[in-house]
Design a protein around this ligand. Sequence first.
Ligand code: C2E
Ligand code: MG
Ligand code: MG
Length: 710
Amino acid sequence: MIDSSQEKERPVVLIVDDDEMMRMLERNSLEQAGFTVEEAADGETGLIAFQNTHPDIILLDVMMSGKDGFTVCQEIRGMHRGGTVPVLIVTGLDDLESINRAYEVGATDFILKPINWTVLGHHVRYMLRASQAFSELKDSEAKNRALLNAIPDLMFRLDKNGIFLESKGSKQIPLLLPAQDFLGKRLDEVMPFDIAQKTKHFISAAIESGTVQLFEYQLTMDNTVHFYEARIIQSREDEVLAIIRDISDRKSAEKKVIQLAYYDNLTGLPNRVLLRDRLEQAELRARRNNKKVAIMFLDLDRFKNINDTLGHNIGDLLLQSVADRIKKSLRKTDCVMREKKERMKTTVARIGGDEFTILLTDISSIHHVIMIANRLLNSLKRPFILGTHEVYITASIGIAIYPTDSEDADTLMKYADIAMYHAKDLGRNNVQFYTESMNTAAIERFNMENQLRKALSNNEFILHYQPQVNVQKGIITGAEALIRWEHPETGLVYPDAFIPLAEETSLILPIGEWVLHAACSQMRTWITRGLPFERIGINISNIQFRQNNFLEMISHTLEKTGLNPHNLELELTESCMMEQVEKSASVLRELRDMGVYITIDDFGTGYSSLSYLKRLPLNCLKIDRSFTKDIAHDPDSKSIVKAIIAMAHNMDLKVIAEGIETEQQCLLLQEYGCDVMQGYYFSKALPGEEIISLALESRDVHSGYFSLKG
Ligand code: C2E
Ligand code: MG
Ligand code: MG
């Protein structure tokens, strides 16, 4: 073997000849041709010289005394480094036999005597180069073979008709047959017909174009699907090399990635990304076929309650069951549609918390959409059995239609969302189609939200106070603080117009804190001014009440304003008490211990039972205006109010009636024993300063001021 260290400027040639004259002539000729020459005068010294000088090529005389050239050649071949060095036998015997013999003992070539001295140098150099090239080739072949064996791919050489000519198997790749059994066979004899056809097509394409052809196919073996990737490259004029790789692992990883990127983990439904993609495709198809597409947003009503009260595990179970119901309901619809030869397609996606989206494509009639939406609502009506719980839930659905409402996918989704919110506003458990007016409303709402965010820092909120009158005593004993928004453009805005939005956006938290502080300060001022007020009533939103730091916020405000807790009355709603019952009860107990007065506002509009309320540390019930409104004319209202007052007193609770507008109402309630009244009949809500004069006026006249009024 010739390694790079031997590739010197002047290659070394070893001359072994017992004829001194010959050695001299050869040396002369070879030195002129650029060789370094070493000499040996017989076979024995020739062998030693070979070991010492590491020649690149040997010129070996045949006829020598002692060991002849054949023997020396044979021995060199058996020595270290002797296997590959080129040996030229120099012989005068031009008979075939000795030439044959020379090859048998491993000679590379021979040079016949008489020697042509002018070409000897060329001849030797040529032999040297040829043998170098040969050994490099052998080297690279060995490397290639090692490389091929190291590659986990299968390789086949095939002719242009798809007949296997050569194969290299792979341990990693399962095959229907061992690779060598392919040889001599046609593609369709060793693989399924369709794959054979496909491969043949790509063989022709590779030969025609001279470029690499890449394709994938799959085979089922032992009940497992294997995926392969094939590369076909032209290797000769009418032959190709096929390199086959098993890509099953990659495929399953790809599948996982797709699952993660496009599907919801909990329900296995498509997610928002996939839905949007499908919506765009559906729009394209609808445009071509002159059809419509409907997008439905379905949101579960009060899902948060379930999560809060039964825990997230039950919440998750519910979402999974809802997903199933939706799918089943759509499947039924699909069957009905098929009977009617309608080809509507559906996709259900989960795009967030409790929000599902249903895409209906190729619709010819909006009637079908309504039918499906109602069917969906109906399907949710049956109770869900989740572990030991029986859960009832309703949903609100908003629908937008392509191309009627918009041709843009994002806009359509936004519109369906707006319509869904509208369905919620209309009392939930119903279906709403998007209309343009909804968008105007949504824009207004958006503007209002932005303005509401700035209102607090711009000092745009004020409080008005509505007096509460103890009719027996005929004096004002307190007032309820009611917030107003002095909007820079539209003027005074009443709470019904912005409190719901403030609650949705949690802005109610800083706003509520401001109210509490402002009202407590006002009450302090009134007391300092000598007004005999017992309490200031403040409305508390459910969201505020549920904050972990609620109690802290109350005591901190009392401390800061210096108001005695006994002068503070919190108005809470029934629904507020009913959510998270245990927690509510413990917060109420702490408030009672502090000395704060608790009133249930709007009593009668919720669904709480008196027996349940009995267990809570409450002080007062405030009968909702809807009962007092008709008390003078409607016998039902009359008996309800009478009963509420009697029961409340039984439970040691005080009663306030709100919304008193007439003397008649006032007299009736007085007759039933109502403790405190509030309403326009006495006074509307007024700025804090005006309350002072009103209260002083009532005190100055005489004790019967309010009861005698009118
Ligand atoms: P509410 O707590 O039931 O307050 C009584 C509402 O009835 C007040 O409306 C009051 O002005 C109105 N009202 C009083 N007397 C009469 C009457 O004789 N006839 C009629 N028709 N109405 C009467 P307002 O001020 O518009 O407040 C509406 C609701 O907004 C309140 O209902 C309360 O739930 C909420 N609210 C007001 N201020 C606040 C606040 O500071 N924080 C929170 N969270 N909610 C507030
Ligand atoms: Mg109130
Ligand atoms: Mg009320």
